[in-house]
Design a protein around this ligand. Structure first.
Ligand code: Z5A
Length: 224
């Protein structure tokens, strides 16, 4: 079967990293060669940009968009495309849909500019399947910071004992808009951007992902 690009998406703390490990195991058990990368990161340039984006100086929305795009352009050209061409399946922890959701939720950049930058960064590469792990922002936050457990109702923001990075420290309203943008992408392409309810246990969510991927594998198998 031809190698496919699968991406995992969702607000932070939803469980992407956990479920990517499960998915790699599942695909490997079927003798499919598979590799995984995180975004931003996974290349020397991408890892430097990750540090800047998470812990660097303040930036404008457009500068933020272009920094994520630069990390993605490097990853796609140096890793993802060569892997797919060599027959290796690629699973990405975030991709274009993250930019459309997170940088879109800033509300400062016209949609057509967002999409044009994403298209340029990926050279038009679109995931074969995007698994959107959907969870209420409050629940995702308490998963990541179980001991903090505080949502500041007064300023609508998340507060934790742990230091939050530049994006994590945005308001609950921002993450609600990010989630709404994921929902809109799912509604626009329900067969490619699948919504996985991630509110259950790790095992329950892993079973939902396996079921969705098994169904896709069957349809890809027929097509190839
Ligand atoms: N970003 C952007 O703005 N634009 C872009 O284009 C791109 C990214 C590509 C990257 O941060 C940041 O960049 C991210 C979006 C932005 N910012 N935010 N905010 P990152 O890579 O450091 O982190 P992340 O991707 O946002 O999330 P994460 O920390 O890696 O979390 P996760 O992978 O989704 O979750 P996890 O680590 O697998 O699980 C979290 C905890 O939940 C863990 O302790 C699990 O054991 C626990 N848990 C409890 N129940 C469950 C269930 N049911 N399933 C899974 N895990 C569970």
């Amino acid at each position: 079967m031809q190698a496919r690009l699968i991406t995992l998406e969702g607000i932070d703390g939803v469980g992407k990293t956990t479920h990517i490990a499960h998915l790699v195991g599942y695909l490997s058990a079927q003798d499919l060669p598979v590799t995984t990368y995180r975004e931003p990161g996974a290349t020397p340039l991408g890892e430097e940009l990750r540090q800047i984006l998470k812990h660097g100086p303040p930036r404008s929305p457009l500068a933020e968009l272009l920094l994520f795009a630069a990390a993605r352009a490097e990853l796609v050209s140096s890793r993802v495309k060569p892997d797919l061409t060599a027959g290796t399946w690629v699973i990405l922890d975030r991709f274009t849909e993250s930019t459309l959701a997170y940088q879109g939720a800033l509300g400062a950049i016209p949609e057509k500019v967002l999409r044009a930058v994403c298209k340029a960064a990926t050279a038009g590469l679109v995931p074969d399947l995007t698994l959107w792990l959907d969870l209420e922002p409050q629940q995702a936050f308490s998963r990541r910071y179980p001991l903090a457990g505080v949502l500041d109702a007064q300023n609508g923001g998340a507060q934790a004992a742990t230091e939050l990075d530049a994006i994590e420290q945005r308001s609950l309203g921002y993450f609600t808009r990010v989630r709404e943008r994921y929902l809109a992408m799912h509604e626009a392409e329900p067969e490619r951007v699948l919504r996985i309810d991630a509110s259950g246990s790790v095992e329950e969510t892993a079973a939902k992902i396996r079921k969705a991927v098994t169904k896709k594998l069957k349809s890809w198998n027929k097509r190839d």
